[in-house]
Design a protein around this ligand. Sequence first.
Ligand SMILES: *[C@@H]1O[C@H](CO)[C@@H](O)[C@H](O)[C@H]1NC(C)=O
Ligand SMILES: *[C@@H]1O[C@H](CO)[C@@H](O)[C@H](O)[C@H]1NC(C)=O
Ligand SMILES: *[C@@H]1O[C@H](CO)[C@@H](O)[C@H](O)[C@H]1NC(C)=O
Ligand SMILES: *[C@@H]1O[C@H](CO)[C@@H](O)[C@H](O)[C@H]1NC(C)=O
Ligand SMILES: *[C@@H]1O[C@H](CO)[C@@H](O)[C@H](O)[C@H]1NC(C)=O
Length: 427
Amino acid sequence: MWTSALQLVFIGFYLQVPTCYPSCTFYGLVANCPSRNHYWVPTLPPNITHLYLQMNFISEINSSSLRNYDHLQQLDLGMQKVPLVLRNNAFLRQRKLTTLVLGSNIGLQMEPRAFAGLFLSLAANRFYCDCNLESFLKWLNVTNVTFASPTEEYRCEFPAALQNLPLGNFSRVIEPCGEDDAKAIQDLQLALFIFNAVLVITVILSGFIYARLRGHIFIIYKTIVGRVLEGPKPNLPVDEVQYDAFLSFSENDYGWVEAALLKKLDNQFSEENLFRCCFEARDFLPGEDHLTNIRDAIWSSRKTVCVVSKEFLKDGWCLEAFTLAQGRMLEELTDVLVMVVVGKMAHYQLMKYQAVRAFVQRREYLTWPEDPQDLEWFYERLVSKILKDTKVKKFAEDQPEPAQPDAQTQEEEGIQLENIGPIPCQL
Ligand SMILES: *[C@@H]1O[C@H](CO)[C@@H](O)[C@H](O)[C@H]1NC(C)=O
Ligand SMILES: *[C@@H]1O[C@H](CO)[C@@H](O)[C@H](O)[C@H]1NC(C)=O
Ligand SMILES: *[C@@H]1O[C@H](CO)[C@@H](O)[C@H](O)[C@H]1NC(C)=O
Ligand SMILES: *[C@@H]1O[C@H](CO)[C@@H](O)[C@H](O)[C@H]1NC(C)=O
Ligand SMILES: *[C@@H]1O[C@H](CO)[C@@H](O)[C@H](O)[C@H]1NC(C)=O
């Protein structure tokens, strides 16, 4: 019983302190309450001597706000987050007040008799003479508070151009804070906002357009360029070669190649097409040796287009054609070989074959697009590659080597450790 009673008292005491003065810290008679979200002067013990209320939301000090605190010696009301108004007779009873801090209050207003009853010295202030001082000067002009030193002695401290100018002289030249500046800043903010919004929208739109509409835009671009330039269709260079392009592909890919490439390129499939193409099923001489046929096709065509698919890589003749065309390329130093990679193919699959690897590593090749809207662009590049005769550079490592049909069997048997090592020179 006795212990429970004691505990109750203790809890009551413990609860009492924070509920009465919840947001001030006391050190004897010093009340410290900065940044505690006070909207008016809090209720505190009447005998306090120091009261620190900076950085709160106090908007008014009137004759009743500090009525209870007769013993105040120091009062800090600086840096309020809202405009502060000092009403008449606000400090009437603070006879002992020696320091009153009002610094850094934006829009501070003082009624003429706000400091009635105080013996005021403003000599320690360093006045910043700009348009914000206007309300203070007005107050100074109308107040009849007694000052410790004559107000005529107050001088501007800043800015440098006005240093030591008496406040009285400054009050004759002061210009009210222009709304021009505020308006200019507002306009600037608006312009900045619009600019940012436009920028963000542009970035998003360009991403969207690229992802969804690039194919259409390319076609429109081609149409416009075609209309504007209206030049004759590109003339094929007239020369003695029999074919424009030899298409080398695996027999198993014939259906696809016919639909995707021949119908778009070969002039026997459609009148609109530019090229005389050559491919095994139609143009090889029956009865002739296959290798001779391939060699003839390569040398009597301006370009060799290799359609590199999984089937192509399995086909020894195709690889042979690739190697021969590459040999011709290195001999004539023009890019007679055009490589088109078709179907999902991992890079390592291409790299397994010596001839293909050398090409993939150093030359540009075309890839059949996954997105149908990129088709137009692909054809455009393919046609221009067939038309153009670009010189190629010879790389030191470009060694035309015979295709290695056995590479494939090796790979199917799995990796053999003894085969790892420097590739033996084949001469
Ligand atoms: C100040 O007032 C409080 C109560 O209001 C009292 O408890 C305290 O003893 C007083 N301090 C002094 C030094 O008078
Ligand atoms: C002084 O201000 C407080 C709150 O800001 C208000 O409640 C009170 O009525 C005011 N007193 C006078 C005399 O204006
Ligand atoms: C100061 O008061 C006088 C009259 O008392 C007036 O003529 C003068 O314009 C005032 N100056 C300012 C800056 O308000
Ligand atoms: C100046 O102060 C006195 C007494 O403090 C007062 O009677 C008088 O009305 C005040 N004058 C003005 C213009 O406020
Ligand atoms: C301030 O104004 C007075 C006359 O009103 C003039 O005599 C004095 O030279 C001025 N002071 C300065 C620093 O301009």
